[in-house]
Design a protein around this ligand. Structure first.
Ligand SMILES: [Zn+2]
Length: 374
């Protein structure tokens, strides 16, 4: 890509693989999440073919930069035969309820990995730039096993690509409602990477306590249920920005899981998408190279709207607009087999932005800020 295109404008990496790929009946990820974002942002004129990159699919060798080769081979086997021997289930956590065998069980996560690796390479070749890898964010995947709907850890692979190409300090900030355990664990002995995770306290995988600093280069902010916009803003301004500035990152990777939204069924956090975008705006100031990835998000409307607004935010476009009919049609075409999807409220169809959910900043939040800065 030429300098005239990158880094002057943010780059979006997506793939059509996400349009029809589903984890299987009854799985929370059996919804369309990535392609509605490309559809909406293109329709609204926020994105075009000049800034869009079709994600390459990572080879097993590329994925083995982090993951054990026998595990990568096991995922390939699962895709080829659409079944796994019993011991794969125990050893690799494959073919389980959370990490099922589905038609693209290798190709889909390898596509997310390919996107983040490409983003890591592109960013390391420039002194500044912004890349949004919508399908990335699989932060739970472990070195030799699947975990929490995640098969390969695209984030770890993207950061390793940056490090391998000479970037020396990478800050990782995880806004998903669940602890970014896989990323924290991957860099436990590598002080070139500093990981920060804000997540709901007591929620799966139940790691990431306030006192958990891994080997020193990690901070965890487990927040109580009911977490509101004012509280996230307070944490970003008073804790994350000071910690980030102290680390002096050459690149920042931001995991924009949106399962902390009030409309999402997988957490008890109550954020509006406005709060996520505001946080993103602040975080992008911390480094000249920015990689933004997706993550959790289990309400198809909330996810499509939040992540379209992420792209708008990265481009300094105001996402608070009245949607044209064609954009409403994209949202109306989405389906969700969940009780909350039976009668979608009107704003899920007619706006990108939520109503703000401001509130009191509770003492628990102030305690968390004080503790992580110690
Ligand atoms: Zn999550």
């Amino acid at each position: 890509m030429k300098n005239s295109v990158f880094p002057a404008r943010p780059v979006m990496i997506g793939s059509e693989i996400y349009r029809n790929s589903r984890y299987g009946e009854g799985h929370p990820l059996s919804i369309e999440r990535v392609t509605p974002v490309t559809d909406l942002t293109f329709l609204l004129g926020w994105a075009d073919s000049q800034v869009f990159v079709d994600s390459p699919c990572a080879t097993p060798e590329m994925i083995s930069r982090y993951h054990d080769a026998d595990y990568v081979a096991a995922v390939q086997h699962a895709e080829k035969y659409q079944s796994v021997p019993e011991y794969f289930r125990d050893r690799y956590n494959l073919g389980t309820h959370g990490n099922p065998i589905f038609p693209e069980v290798y190709t889909r996560p390898a596509t997310a990995a390919g996107a983040s690796i490409l983003a890591g390479k592109m960013l390391s070749e420039q002194t500044e730039g912004i890349i949004y890898s919508i399908g990335g964010g699989t932060h739970h995947a472990q070195k030799a096993k699947a975990s929490g709907f995640c098969f390969f850890n695209d984030i770890v692979l993207g950061i390793l690509e940056m490090l391998d190409n000479g970037i020396e300090r990478v800050l990782y900030v995880d806004l998903d409602a669940h602890h970014g355990d896989g990323v924290q664990d991957a860099f436990v002995d590598d002080d070139r990477v500093f990981t920060i995770s804000i997540h709901e306290e007591g929620r799966w995988p139940r790691t990431g306590d306030l006192t958990d600093r891994s080997s020193g280069a990690a901070r965890n902010l487990p927040v109580p249920k009911g977490f509101n916009d004012s509280e996230l803003n307070e944490i970003i301004l008073k804790a994350i920005l000071p910690l980030g500035l102290r680390f002096r990152p050459e690149a920042i990777v931001i995991q924009m899981g949106c399962d902390g939204l009030a409309d999402d069924p997988q957490s008890k956090l109550e954020l509006s998408n406005l709060a996520l975008w505001k946080a993103l705006k602040h975080l992008t100031q911390l480094a000249s190279r920015v990689l933004v990835v997706g993550g959790g998000g289990y309400n198809p409307w909330a996810t499509a709207r939040a992540w379209s607004g992420v792209w708008a935010t990265l481009n300094n476009i105001d996402p608070v607009i009245n949607l044209p009919l064609e954009a409403t049609d994209v949202l109306k075409s989405l389906t969700w087999k969940h009780s909350r999807g039976r009668n979608p409220p009107q704003h899920w169809y007619y706006s990108i932005a939520d109503k703000p959910n401001c509130g009191i900043v509770r003492d628990a939040i102030l305690t968390i800020i004080e503790e992580v800065l110690k």
